[in-house]
Design a protein around this ligand. Sequence first.
Ligand code: NAD
Length: 358
Amino acid sequence: MTNPIKFGVCGLGRIGVKHCQFFSKDRDQYQPVAFCDIDSPRAHSAASEFGGTPYTSFTTFLEDPEIELAIIATPSLDHARNAEEALAAGMTVLLEKPIGVTAEDFKILQSLDQIYPGKLYFGHNHRFEPAFQNTLAIIEEGLLGNIQVVKLRKHHMFARRNDWQMRLDCGGGQLSVWAPHLLDQSLQLIGAPVSKVESYLRSILTPGDADDHVRIILTGENDVVAELEISNSVAIPGPHCTIYGDRGTLIYGQEQSEIQLKYLAPQFHWPEATASNTGSPVPGENWAADQELPWVEEIRKVEPDTNMWTHVEVELARHLHAAIREGVPFPVKNEDALEVFRITETVKKQNSQFNSIG
Ligand SMILES: NC(=O)c1ccc[n+]([C@@H]2O[C@H](COP(=O)([O-])OP(=O)(O)OC[C@H]3O[C@@H](n4cnc5c(N)ncnc54)[C@H](O)[C@@H]3O)[C@@H](O)[C@H]2O)c1
C-alpha cells in the first residue's frame, strides 16, 4: 500500500505551477490536495488541472487537514512568515528561495529550524543541476588536484527585466533571485566555512531600483576563493563555471551540456624544483621549471542528458520524498541555506543603497 505525501502549493505563479506539475507526476509518491493563490482564477485552474481544493486565502489553506506538506512559492517577502504559519499549523514545509529577505526573516528562520526539526526544508533546487553534480564528482576523482579558485556566472539575457523581482520594495534584486543558487553551489565547492565576503551590486539596465548585476567574492577558511557574478547586462555570456585546481582546470558554458577538462596525467608527480633569485640562465629561455607537461584534455558530456530545469524539479521532489518518508538526509542542509542567507545579509550591509526594507 502506498502512502503518498499529500501536498498543497501556495503561490501559483511561474514556479508554483512547476511544483504542481512535477510533484503531481507520480501519485504513489505525492498527491496534490490544495492550491492557494490570491488570484482566484489561478487557484481554480490549478485545482481543476491537478485535482484538489482551491483557496484564495492562506489562512483557510492552513486549515485544510489533508495537507501534510505545504510548498511555499509566494513572493519572497512573505516566505519566512508563511513558513512560520504553516509549521505552526502542523505542516511540513518546503520553502522557496530566497528563503527570506530581511534581517527579521533571518531570525525567524533560524528559530524555526530549532523549533521544528525535520519539518522545514529549503528549496535550493539548483543544487541538483546535472553539470554541477558532475563537477562535484570530477573534483572527488581528484583530477583537478586541490581546488584553488571557483568562478560561477549566471549571465541572463541582455535584458531590462521589469517585473516585481526588480523592485526593492517587493524584495527583488538578483541578490535574491539568482545569488542563492550560486551561493549554495559555491559553499559546496569551497568545502570550508566562509571567512570573508566581498561584494558590489549595481543597477545597470533594469527600469526598477533593484540590483540586476551582482558580484560576490567569498574566501573560505581553507583559502579557496569563489567569485560569483549574476547579471542581466552581459551581451556576450562567459562560462557558467570555471574551476582552477593545482593539477588542472574545468569549464562549462551557460548551456551546461558538456564539461571541458585539461589536467595533468594522474600518474605524473612534479619533480623537485626551486625558484632562483636570478633571471633565465639563457636570454629568451622559458622561465617555467618544467618544459613539457603531460596534459590530458577531455570533453565530457553532462550526465544525465536531460533538460536541466526539469531535472532540478524531479530531483527536488525525489530527495524530499526520501527525507520525509525514509528519513534520508535532505542534500540541502538547513545550515547550508541559513549560511547562504547570512551571506546575502552581509552583501546587503556592504551595499546599503540596495537595502531599503531592512
Ligand atoms: N527555485 C527556483 O528555481 C525558482 C524559480 C522561480 C521563482 N522562484 C522563487 O519563487 C517565488 C515566486 O516566484 P514566481 O516567479 O513564481 O513569482 P510569480 O509572481 O510568478 O508568482 C507568485 C504568485 O503568488 C501569488 N500570491 C501573492 N501573494 C499571495 C498570498 N498572500 N497568498 C497566496 N498567493 C499569493 C501571486 O498571485 C502569484 O500567482 C519567488 O520568491 C522566487 O524567487 C524560485
